[in-house]
Design a protein around this ligand. Structure first.
Ligand code: SF4
Ligand code: SF4
Length: 67
């Protein structure tokens, strides 16, 4: 089981291209023309999105107990 994380976006870097949403196997990210959204309950901690972002806008934070 991979370490539990939450995925966070750096809004200064993200240009809402939708690439991360496109590669997420569980549809845990939604990108619209106005915002980037993450759905913790769907995330399986694979980190594919973080590797896929062309501008390095995504990072992982440890998920605390109870989050
Ligand atoms: S870590 Fe994996 S499951 Fe979670 S949002 Fe990124 S691509 Fe989706
Ligand atoms: S791939 Fe990167 S730049 Fe594109 S929407 Fe996702 S976080 Fe933003």
């Amino acid at each position: 089981m991979p370490e539990k994380i939450k995925v966070v976006v750096n809004e200064d870097k993200c240009y809402l291209c939708g690439g991360c949403a496109g590669v997420c196997p569980t549809l845990a990210i939604n990108v619209s023309p106005s915002k980037w959204e993450f759905f913790q309950d769907k995330c399986i901690y694979c980190r594919i999105c973080i590797a896929a972002c062309p501008v390095g806008a995504l990072s992982a934070e440890p998920l605390g107990v109870g989050e």
